[in-house]
Design a binder for this molecule. Structure first.
Ligand SMILES: [Zn+2]
Ligand SMILES: [Zn+2]
Length: 287
């Protein structure tokens, strides 16, 4: 080999080693951050959101960190293999979904020795729950393609609906029509925001709290959703509002135990994470 080839080869190898060390070190810091519960203060739901939004890593990379960190809580040998340089993050994340304390030795050894594609195949064979990934891919302006795994029952439901919808539309309905229809009707029925829009404004006579302390009238919930949206109301010190729209709780500003009522003014929507953080005294709520 000539001198330049050797030089560049050595340089690349040294950088790759640095890269793997950095990955392992970052995994450790992320797990420490989670253990010390610093993510709520940073207005992030956890490792994934922090990696993606704050560290600007790719979605896939952020997910690998989260997945390997999650498994490492139960199987510390996985983290150890990464920090000792036995496995890269990319090898570790392939076995993370199937790793248990009982089988860890077997799979960590395989991950070290097998080529990535062969490893992936072996993992898939023992992980029947591994669904193909869900995907919405843009194919044209205002048009995307949806790819999702469905079971037999869902397939027959969709095909039956196709017939029903064809009848209703007076033409051959497509699966796209069926999904559009299901999405629209289900959302109208279940989306709290849509329900709140339809609900009448609370009449003044109805502003009294209900007799049983702690229960929240539907009309009160609708009013709160109209006021703040069906989303966590926590605003971090950086002025960003929490984007969580799932796992929402109604929080009493003045607690029920201290005479707080279930009224529009005394209630606030918080996600479970910010709700717990508030009651643990780790965050303070904006007025
Ligand atoms: Zn609360
Ligand atoms: Zn929140």
């Amino acid at each position: 080999m000539n001198n330049l080839t050797l030089q560049l080869d050595n340089k690349a190898k040294a950088l790759a080693a640095d890269y793997l060390r950095t990955e392992a070190a970052l995994l450790c810091v992320l797990m420490e951050m989670r253990r010390n519960r610093v993510f709520p203060e940073l207005n992030c739901s956890g490792i994934f959101e922090y990696c993606e939004r704050v560290l600007k890593l790719s979605k896939a990379q952020s997910y690998y960190f989260k997945s390997v960190a999650d498994t490492s809580e139960k199987v510390p040998q996985l983290k150890q293999a990464v920090t000792q340089g036995d496995l890269s993050l990319s090898q570790a994340r392939r076995i993370a979904p199937i790793l248990t304390p009982e089988n860890q030795q077997h799979w960590i050894e395989k991950a070290k020795t097998l080529p990535q594609a062969a490893l992936e195949k072996e993992v898939a064979a023992v992980n029947p729950n591994a669904h193909p990934k869900e995907k919405i891919k843009p194919v044209a302006e205002k048009l995307s393609e949806l790819k999702v795994p469905i079971d037999d029952e869902t397939e027959s439901n969709l095909l039956a609906l196709k017939d029903i919808l064809s009848q209703k539309l007076g033409r051959n309905a497509t699966l796209s029509d069926v999904i559009a229809f299901v999405a629209k009707v289900t959302r109208e029925k279940f989306d709290p925001t849509e329900k709140a829009k339809r609900a009448k404004t609370i009449s003044s006579g109805n502003k009294q709290p209900p007799k049983v302390a702690g229960t929240i009238r539907a009309a009160v919930r609708h009013e709160i959703i109209k006021r703040n949206g069906n989303q966590c109301a926590y605003v971090g010190s950086d002025g960003r509002r929490c984007s969580q729209r799932q796992w929402l709780h109604y929080h009493h500003r003045t607690p029920v135990a201290k005479g707080g009522a279930s009224t529009v003014d005394n209630l606030q929507i918080l996600c479970s994470m910010h709700h717990a953080a508030h009651h643990d005294g780790r965050i303070t709520l904006n007025a």
